[in-house]
Design a protein around this ligand. Structure first.
Ligand SMILES: NC(=O)c1ccc[n+]([C@@H]2O[C@H](COP(=O)([O-])OP(=O)(O)OC[C@H]3O[C@@H](n4cnc5c(N)ncnc54)[C@H](O)[C@@H]3O)[C@@H](O)[C@H]2O)c1
Length: 387
């Protein structure tokens, strides 16, 4: 059981409430603050419902449920965070609002309180920049649903000190999470390396190489739990498109991350996916799911193109010291359930084969999108491996 410090959670939405559930289950007193009274009432009811279901499923006892609920406080009063030793912010994804809230927090909490942001797409350094003591601010990035997803990316900002990083890591480790450390760069690890899973699949579709159902089938044949189009329909094409656009802009418009017209048009047509009843697939009651063309050769071709692009991203992330090769593989297997870590996959395929494949794409298309990572070139040239 983790040391019972008081944990503050800012924002009682999807992520904040999930994080509060974890912390309360781990025996911490948890103060959940939101500026919206109704959001707090809903979040508190939702947590009760989740705990009740866990009791029904015998995943926790009634006593544990009652103790966890009694440890949580839902309030609009920011001052009640004064005794918290770690505050995890999960409010609206808006830099100005986050900066203001962090400045406000600093006047309330004690000197040794760690301030963390759960941002997915903003710079941790920018969020911290308004703080007097920016060395105590870092990113603690959970995945949705937070209580179920094992991965947490910890992201030190430019000013974060080593002690803050180690203390935060120790707390999240003690919650049984798989922690990886990522550099403060767009998309951190998972949202950066996963881009080609969507982007390259859309490209394959746009070129008419295969249809949506066939691409989904092909990648599932190679162990992905869901196909890219099924997954985008589940996440919401509006959400996925927004992430793609923000990563593209954050990379100073590097062509590798360029969004697609296909996705833009779907969003314009409000084909958000499951939640709107239509995305790449129709979810109408009588809708017939299109049949995949189950051609093994085509499946291999699709897999090679998508996986080599993912590997290229992963190798480039190692090259640019975004994270270690081991953390990248952990992140992609635990955060998004990839069948293999991209670095391990590269080793298995052979780095030379991956480089050859990318080099051919690069020559054929003449697009920067396909440029092989310098590290991949260097390793092949020097006959090196990752292990
Ligand atoms: N939803 C995801 O899949 C996901 C995954 C990882 C990270 N994130 C990040 O987590 C954060 C929260 O996302 P979410 O999906 O839980 O959002 P959400 O909209 O479900 O919840 C946000 C909550 O913050 C509250 N809020 C807004 N401004 C506030 C303020 N100034 N002070 C106090 N409370 C305020 C809102 O009332 C709302 O209850 C964002 O930074 C997001 O990028 C989201």
């Amino acid at each position: 059981m983790a040391e019972k410090i008081q944990i503050g959670v800012l924002g009682s939405g999807t992520m904040g409430n999930g994080i509060a559930q974890i912390a309360a289950t781990q025996g911490h007193d948890v103060i959940i603050v939101d500026n919206n009274e109704e959001a707090l009432v809903n979040a508190s009811k939702k947590l009760q419902k989740i705990f009740t279901r866990l009791v029904e499923k015998k995943r926790m006892t009634t006593e544990e449920m009652q103790a966890s609920i009694s440890r949580t406080t839902y309030t609009t009063d920011f001052e009640s965070l004064s005794n918290s030793k770690l505050i995890i912010e999960a409010i609206v994804e808006d830099l100005n609002v986050k900066q203001q809230v962090f400045e406000k927090l600093e006047n309330i909490v004690s000197e040794d309180c760690i301030l963390a942001t759960n941002t997915s797409s903003l710079s941790v350094t920018a969020v911290a920049s308004g703080c007097k003591k920016d060395s105590r601010v870092l990113g603690i990035h959970f995945f949705n649903p937070a209580p179920l997803m094992p991965l947490v990316e910890i992201v030190p900002g430019l000013a974060t000190d080593e002690q803050t990083l180690q203390n935060a890591k120790q707390i999240i480790d003690s919650w049984g999470k798989t922690v990886v450390i990522a550099k403060d760069t767009p998309g951190f690890i998972v949202n950066r390396i996963a881009r080609p899973f969507y982007g390259e699949s859309i490209r394959i579709l746009e070129e008419g190489v295969a249809d949506v159902a066939t691409i989904d089938w092909a990648l599932k044949e190679y162990g992905f739990r869901m196909g890219p189009f099924e997954l985008m329909d589940l996440i919401g094409n509006d959400v996925n498109y927004k992430v793609t656009c923000s990563v593209f802009a954050a990379f100073f418009y590097d062509q590798r991350y360029k969004p697609s017209f296909t996705q833009q048009r779907l969003v314009e047509a409000r084909r958000y996916g499951r939640k709107s009843g239509h995305g790449y697939y129709s979810y109408a009651e009588n809708a017939q799911k299109p049949e995949a063309k189950q051609d093994k050769e085509l499946a291999e071709q699709i897999m090679m193109r998508v996986v080599c692009m993912i590997i290229n991203e992963a190798v480039d992330a190692v090259f640019l010291q975004i994270a270690s090769a081991a953390d990248i593989d952990l992140a992609m297997t635990k955060g998004v359930n990839y069948p293999k870590g991209p670095i391990a996959w590269a080793q298995e395929m052979g780095l030379e084969k991956v480089l050859d494949y990318l080099q051919n794409l690069y020559e054929e298309y003449g697009e920067d999108r396909y440029r092989p990572s310098p590290l991949l070139r260097r390793m092949v040239k020097n006959n090196q491996n990752f292990d």
